[in-house]
Design a protein around this ligand. Structure first.
Ligand SMILES: NC(=O)c1ccc[n+]([C@@H]2O[C@H](COP(=O)([O-])OP(=O)(O)OC[C@H]3O[C@@H](n4cnc5c(N)ncnc54)[C@H](OP(=O)(O)O)[C@@H]3O)[C@@H](O)[C@H]2O)c1
Length: 244
């Protein structure tokens, strides 16, 4: 990973933040993307103090298509190339369908699917020009299994998993762009903080799962991106032992 340029979306907390630390420790140069710039600046300072690496901080709402494309132009002109994109930003305001939380449905589709696609659009021309790269899409076990209350989140994550499979077919043989989909089970992060459906919150309270830590998923991402050039880790499902 030494001196590889890695762009991470959703780097201001949870899995994205842990991945930034793991890859910086391995010698990568990071570009940190999220909306909360103060959190990104604090992380960049930590990476400098602990690993003596300078990171580029990009405050960005990935649902803003033109802002995303402009941000990637700036990143590429500052860094010269992008070796790895970790498409991690996402949110999960899950709710039962009959609550009709349509704004939250929109938000999940806008961030988890459309925002992720905009970032792919931002990086793809450069990866083609430079002769390769690696795109890691963070999906979920919810991209394989459905549960009541998770319908729209499931739809976005099934979408990310399907998209990743199609990307592998289109981009890997022709353009030397590796594609990995990471599918975490429950992880202790801020992800559940956007849930507003009180019935879902009550049901969550009854669960007896011991969640993974963000670091566990960062380790899986590191494993995928640090393989030799000929090895492509296509799909990684990482579950807590206690989760069915
Ligand atoms: N935690 C789990 O149990 C779990 C399980 C399976 C999959 N996942 C997936 O893992 C990914 C990371 O989630 P996490 O668990 O680490 O949760 P998290 O701590 O809430 O992190 C989510 C990240 O996404 C960023 N984000 C949200 N909306 C954004 C936007 N419009 N533009 C730019 N960045 C945005 C947030 O940054 P700002 O708020 O600063 O913008 C934050 O850095 C998500 O895709 C999630 O679906 C998580």
């Amino acid at each position: 990973m030494k001196d590889k340029i890695v762009v991470i979306t959703g780097a201001s907390s949870g899995i994205g933040e842990a991945t930034a630390k793991k890859l910086a420790e391995a010698g990568a140069k990071l570009v940190l993307i999220a909306r909360r710039e103060d959190r990104l600046q604090t992380l960049a300072q930590k990476l400098m103090d602990e690993y003596q690496t300078e990171s580029m901080v990009v405050q960005l709402d990935i649902t803003d298509r033109s802002a995303v494309l402009e941000a990637f132009e700036n990143i590429i002109s500052a860094m010269g190339r992008v070796d790895v994109l970790v498409n991690n930003a996402g949110l999960m305001p899950v709710s039962y369908l009959d609550k009709l939380k349509i704004d939250e449905w929109d938000r999940m589709i806008d961030v988890n699917l459309k925002g992720l696609l905009y970032c792919i659009a931002g990086v793809l021309p450069q990866m083609k020009t430079q002769g390769g790269g690696h795109i890691v899409n963070v999906s979920s076990v919810a991209g394989r299994r459905v549960w009541p209350g998770f319908a729209v989140y499931n739809a976005t994550k099934f979408g990310v998993t399907a998209l990743s499979e199609a990307m592998r077919m289109e981009l890997t043989p022709k353009m030397n762009i590796k594609v990995t989909v990471i599918e975490p089970g429950a992880v202790a992060t801020e992800l559940t903080q956007t849930i507003t459906d009180s019935d879902i919150l009550e049901d969550f309270g009854k669960r007896s799962v011991t969640p993974l830590q963000a670091q566990d998923i960062a380790n899986a991402i590191y494993y995928a991106v640090s393989q030799p050039n000929e090895v492509m880790v296509s799909e990684v499902l990482v579950m807590p032992r206690s989760q069915m």
